[in-house]
Design a protein around this ligand. Structure first.
Ligand code: T4K
Length: 374
């Protein structure tokens, strides 16, 4: 097998949805005319309503980022002490736990779904446990029934990091319907995005009301400041951007499924390579994480380097959080064998609807060559 030629232009991991300039300009014209730029203006209110409808959520709050949504969710629920979570996630998950004044306790993941293992969660519960935080990693839904049951049994809230899970469902129900709260990310790298942004979804009205105050400095109307809040509001510019790309999401999802099907057709049956459950019902079309295991001719890191040399950006999501300087503890590394192996094997391929057919074919050929070539 010959080494494929380099890409004729860089192939990035993703390409954020961009609206027609005139569509964005039309949305921004009244914003500029009225000089209303933030603090829950009309675009903010409209996007919040659209999202609440999309997720069939009674209580949804737009935020400045997914990290802010998660931090506020934990604070609104008054979580204290330890939060049991997965180490196989983006830094923001554990950062939010610490920012909310709590301590992450990392437990292992299910080797197939890569989401936190409910049995490992149950075994880690102690009197110090304040919450369980599941992450629908790569948009694959957590075992929500089992996790929610652990939470109920021990009287602690279950919160979900749904940063990757904009379109994810369980039996047709949006994943944000489960647990006490969920946090979505609308960062530029997400299927639906507002450049920077996020949303928190709550099961309870009182918690949502507290979160709304936390989002806005803790201000309680005329009563003054009742909580030590933060500034986690989404600006009108971001909300307008979200409205401008809203109608493009469905087509982008279809285009991504086409890319996924092409990858799957060209990468099936390669020794050592495992494909993600891209066509399973309830997925989010957010990432295309392949696993490069012991049966492959090259390691994941060697494949990552080879692809980079051909102009193809891939990401080794995610370095094990329990090993990172910010979150590791004194003593031996945390015993999370499934998460540790996955963290060494996962490679996210370029995945967006703007990829040309020749680019998809080149990525697939490059992976084939790197995984099984000489
Ligand atoms: N929980 C989880 C599980 C998360 O994954 C995240 C965020 C959060 C919580 C927190 O949500 P936020 O607070 O971020 O809303 C990116 C994102 O910054 C981050 O939002 C995301 N997860 C994480 C998985 O990925 P990087 O540092 O890996 O992204 P970067 O800059 O390397 O970009 C990736 C690719 O996208 C590159 O090929 C370039 C391309 N790109 C990127 C940007 C920003 C573009 O083409 N245009 C762009 O504007 O972190």
């Amino acid at each position: 097998m010959r080494r494929p030629p380099p890409a004729d232009r860089p192939i990035l991991l993703t390409r954020p949805l961009t609206p027609a300039p005139e569509r964005l300009a039309a949305l921004l014209a009244p914003t500029l005319a009225d000089a209303w730029l933030s603090n829950c203006g009309p675009h903010h209110q409209r996007l919040e309503a659209l999202l609440a409808d999309r997720f069939a959520a009674d209580h949804l709050l737009l935020t400045a980022s997914g990290t802010a949504a998660l931090t506020i969710a934990l604070r609104a629920l008054d979580v204290a002490g330890e939060v049991i979570t997965t180490p196989l996630t983006f830094a923001a998950t554990a950062n939010a736990i610490v920012l909310a004044g709590c301590r992450p306790v990392f437990v292992d993941v299910d080797p197939v779904t890569l989401n936190v293992d409910p049995a490992a969660v149950a075994a880690a519960v102690t009197p110090a446990t304040g919450a369980v935080l599941g992450v629908h990693v790569f948009g694959v839904p957590c075992a929500v029934g089992a996790l929610d049951a652990v939470g109920r049994r021990h009287g602690v809230p279950v919160v979900y990091d749904a940063a990757h899970a904009f379109g994810s469902t369980v039996d047709g129900v949006p994943v944000t319907a489960f647990g006490a709260a969920s946090a979505l990310s609308f960062h530029a790298t997400k299927l639906f995005h507002t450049a920077e942004g996020g949303a928190a979804v709550f099961a309870g009205a009182a918690t949502a009301e507290r979160a709304a105050r936390l989002r806005n400095h803790g201000i309680d109307g005329d009563a003054g400041v009742s909580l030590v809040g933060e500034n986690a509001k989404m600006s009108e510019l971001s909300a307008a951007y979200g409205l401008a790309v809203w109608d493009l999401v469905a087509d982008e999802r279809v285009a991504r499924m086409r890319v996924a099907a092409a990858y799957a057709a060209q990468l099936a049956d390669l020794p050592g390579l495992t494909l993600p459950p891209w066509d399973a019902p309830g997925g989010s079309a957010q990432y295309f994480p392949i696993r490069i295991g012991p049966g492959a001719r090259r390691s994941r890191d060697a494949v990552w380097r080879e692809l980079a040399s051909l102009g193809i950006t891939t990401r080794r999501y995610f370095p094990l959080l329990s090993d990172t300087v910010a979150h590791r503890r004194a003593g031996p590394p945390v015993d999370v064998p499934h998460a540790r192996t996955a963290a060494q094997e996962i490679l996210c391929l370029p995945f967006h609807g703007g990829l040309r057919g020749v680019e998809v074919d080149l990525v697939a050929a490059a992976v084939r060559w790197a995984v099984s070539g000489p």
